[in-house]
Ligand binder design. Structure first.
Ligand code: 8YV
Length: 334
């Protein structure tokens, strides 16, 4: 008997094509905006749907679990779990999988934003295109090499970033709920102490459901007018109003931001600031990475329904805030 899957977050076309080729019946509900709408669109097949394809920010809310009585697996195209109710999934025995294959691309992007913010790359591009160069030279940026780099969240993205930063000849400090005795970087007790001793502060932490910002005005002020802030985690993990205000008043030097509190809405005031580089949540968005993530979604669905075991299921971790998916490079090509 054919296995029915619901899709509640955009997927790469090859994912859908491959699953259909393998005989799965796909029900598309990506146009829904919340669990009520996904549940409504999928209602005619609620007794058939055994698997869901979701996304890192879409997750798996409790309401949708309750609306799909036969759901067995939710494969997430991404790693974010803040909108997935893992307790509700566990109560029902639903397997949740993520696509833990994006860490290097996200780390690359964090570095790109930091370099762009320090060296004013986006401004420089505008400077050349607008013809201003003919009227004189552009002002200087800031050096990036040899600085004090701070990483908030030394998980797999933070670690991939730290490895890259080792090549820049500065020092690396971090905060993380879990001590990492194996790394040569200095561990700080809290984000404020780290910010005080950082020139460039990177936010790479996982978002915990219900938690407020982990970086507030105090940490951003501590970074100071020469400091640079980069966010590739979640917009709501930083006090966004304070961030915008401090950047506008030049009490914080510059920022590279890939994520925002209310995507795709970006605070109006940021749009007019030349000390900020903005990106539309694209840290994992490379052809290669999206392909690997898609392959991971396919692998999890196919393996689970063939063997009862998913490839990259989420497992609880002893140290919050996140749950961690098993496996380092776990998804074979499909
Ligand atoms: C994805 C992300 O763009 O994995 C995540 O949590 O934020 C991003 O890498 C998003 O999840 C796409 O579904």
């Amino acid at each position: 008997m054919a296995i029915h899957l619901g899709v509640i977050s955009p997927q790469r076309p090859f994912v859908i094509e491959e699953l259909e080729r393998r005989g799965f019946v796909i029900h598309r509900a990506e146009e829904g905006r919340n669990w009520q709408e996904w549940a409504q669109i999928l209602a005619p097949w609620k007794e058939e749907i055994r698997g869901l394809l979701s996304g890192g920010m879409t997750g798996l809310p409790r309401g949708l679990i309750e609306a799909l009585p036969r759901l067995e697996i939710c494969a997430i195209f991404g790693v974010g779990l803040e909108t997935t109710d893992l307790d509700a999934a566990k109560e029902r025995g639903i397997v949740v999988t993520t696509a833990p294959v994006l860490f290097d691309d996200v780390a690359d992007h964090a570095l790109a934003l930091a370099l762009a913010a320090c060296r004013r790359i986006v401004e420089a591009d505008r400077f050349v295109r607008s013809g201003r160069w003919r009227r004189g030279r552009m002002g200087p940026g800031r050096s990036f090499w040899g600085k004090r780099y701070g990483i908030v969240g030394l998980g797999r993205i933070g670690s991939a970033l730290a490895r890259r930063l080792e090549g820049f000849g500065g020092t690396i400090g971090y905060v993380d709920p879990a001590p990492k005795p194996e790394v040569p970087y200095r561990r700080f007790e809290d984000a404020l102490s780290l910010a005080r001793e950082s020139d460039v502060l990177f936010l790479c932490a996982a978002g915990t459901p219900g938690s407020g910002p982990i970086l507030t005005r105090s940490e951003l002020e501590a970074l100071g007018p020469e400091g640079v802030f980069v966010n590739v985690a979640r917009g709501w993990l930083v006090e966004e109003d304070a961030l915008v205000e401090l950047l506008a008043e030049r009490k914080l030097g510059a920022a590279g931001l890939d994520v925002f509190a209310d995507e795709p809405n970006v605070p109006e005031r940021l749009l007019g600031l030349d000390n900020v580089v903005l990106a539309p949540h694209i840290a994992s968005s490379t052809e290669e990475c999206l392909r690997r993530m898609g392959e991971c979604v396919i692998a999890n669905i196919v393996e689970y329904f063939a063997t009862g075991r998913a490839v990259t299921p989420v497992r609880p971790q002893p140290h919050g805030p996140s749950h961690r998916t098993e496996g380092e490079d776990p998804c074979p090509g499909w």
